[in-house]
Design a protein around this ligand. Structure first.
Ligand code: G6P
Length: 370
């Protein structure tokens, strides 16, 4: 097992550190620059249906559902197609409306999640086209899909998903760009800019891993005894706040809630006192000013602010008690980068607490029963 872990103490840590490579692998053979080109044959095959689609429904569970929620923001922005995201377990028992020309995207690491599989069977029977974003090659969901794009993250052993999630975000972004290109909803300039930004992501992930992990270890020591955590983000970073909270719950058994930052005043703010760490995704984007005032609101109530900030953002660093810096990136893609420190934070808190981070209690890698 030590050899399999490649010198890392746990599979989870190994898989977190693999991400520069796995993200690169999910781009390889698909993205090229000068001239900017994107090859996704499975998606292109349904080019007509996708460019004419009135609606895309994304179905998933767990971490994959967070990738789905992020994709909603990206697809609506780039493709101007209405997107609905549903938990597969809810969708399968509802009486869902499927209209002619609806496209379903299924997201699954294992490709074997029972709820997702049954939800897809149901949609397929009603005539929907199914596109799979799956990691496990040849899995049940991959076979059921009409077409798709594999995430190519390689086998994921840690029960809590890490590298599979960032590969999902990467591939979903590629799919959104492909649909936008086919549909003509993106300018050539923006298309090139997005592909160029995406191509730079693996190196930026590497930079975060190399420069921030020691610091995150110290931050984990400081916060490990907290009973509750709040994770806040807005826009493209809101789904990442949910994923940050889920990861912490899974690995450390500390109660954590993810929320859209502006929504905190409608409830979670009541929890804020000197014992509550609030993790903010406060990178430079459209919402930055607003997020800074949200951080100030927490400080004013004596909460502890831990912020993920863009390198060199002195103002945010001043507001937060603790901060983790990540390189600047396009605001749609920056969430891929913000995910990395949140994974490390959960990992190190779990390790500090002496827990079995690779196999948390009560959880299964793949939930093949209802
Ligand atoms: C389980 C795993 C999660 C995963 C979820 C969905 O709960 O522990 O890590 O996100 O299932 O799995 P899938 O394989 O469909 O992505």
């Amino acid at each position: 097992a030590a050899i399999e872990k490649g010198g890392y103490e746990h599979f989870m840590l190994k898989e977190i550190f693999e991400q520069p490579q796995t993200i690169y692998d999910s781009l390889r053979g698909r993205l090229s620059l000068n001239p900017a080109q994107l090859t996704l044959s499975g998606i292109t095959q349904f080019g007509n249906e996708l460019s004419q689609a009135k609606r895309i429904v994304i179905l998933a569970c767990g971490t994959s559902w967070h990738a789905a929620l992020w994709a909603e923001y990206i697809i609506e922005e780039l493709c101007r197609i209405q997107v609905e995201v549903d938990y597969a377990s809810e969708y399968r028992y509802r009486n869902p409306i499927i209209e002619k020309g609806d496209v379903i995207i299924a997201i699954s690491q294992s490709g074997e999640t029972a709820d997702t599989l049954v939800a897809l069977e149901k949609a397929k029977q009603q005539g929907a086209i199914i596109l799979g974003v799956v990691n496990a090659v040849g899995s049940s969901i991959a076979r059921l899909s009409d077409a798709g794009a594999y995430t190519h993250a390689g086998p994921e052993i840690g029960v809590a998903s890490t590298k599979a999630f960032t590969a999902q975000l990467t591939v979903l972004h590629l799919i959104a760009l492909k649909i936008a290109e086919l549909k003509g909803s993106i300018t050539a300039e923006k298309f090139t800019q997005q592909l160029t930004e995406l191509a730079a992501i693996p190196e930026k992930v590497q930079q975060i891993l190399s420069t921030q992990h020691e610091k995150i270890k110290l931050i984990a020591k400081k916060y490990k005894d907290a009973k509750d955590f709040l994770f806040l983000g807005r826009g493209y970073s809101f789904p990442i706040a949910l994923e940050g909270a889920l990861k912490l719950k899974e690995i450390s058994y500390i109660h954590a809630e993810g929320y859209p930052a502006a929504e905190m005043k409608h409830g979670p703010i009541a929890l804020v006192d000197e014992h509550l760490p609030v993790v903010f995704i406060a990178t430079k984007d459209f919402y930055h000013e607003k997020i800074m005032s949200n951080m100030q609101e927490i400080r004013a109530r004596k909460g502890q602010v831990l912020a993920i900030v863009t390198e060199g953002d002195e103002l945010s660093k001043e507001i937060a008690q603790d901060y983790i810096e990540i390189p600047a990136a396009d605001e749609m893609l920056s969430p891929i980068l913000s995910t990395i420190p949140l994974q490390l934070l959960s990992y190190y808190i779990g390790v500090e607490l002496g827990l079995d981070v690779d196999k948390p209690r009560n959880l299964a890698k793949s939930v093949t029963v209802e």
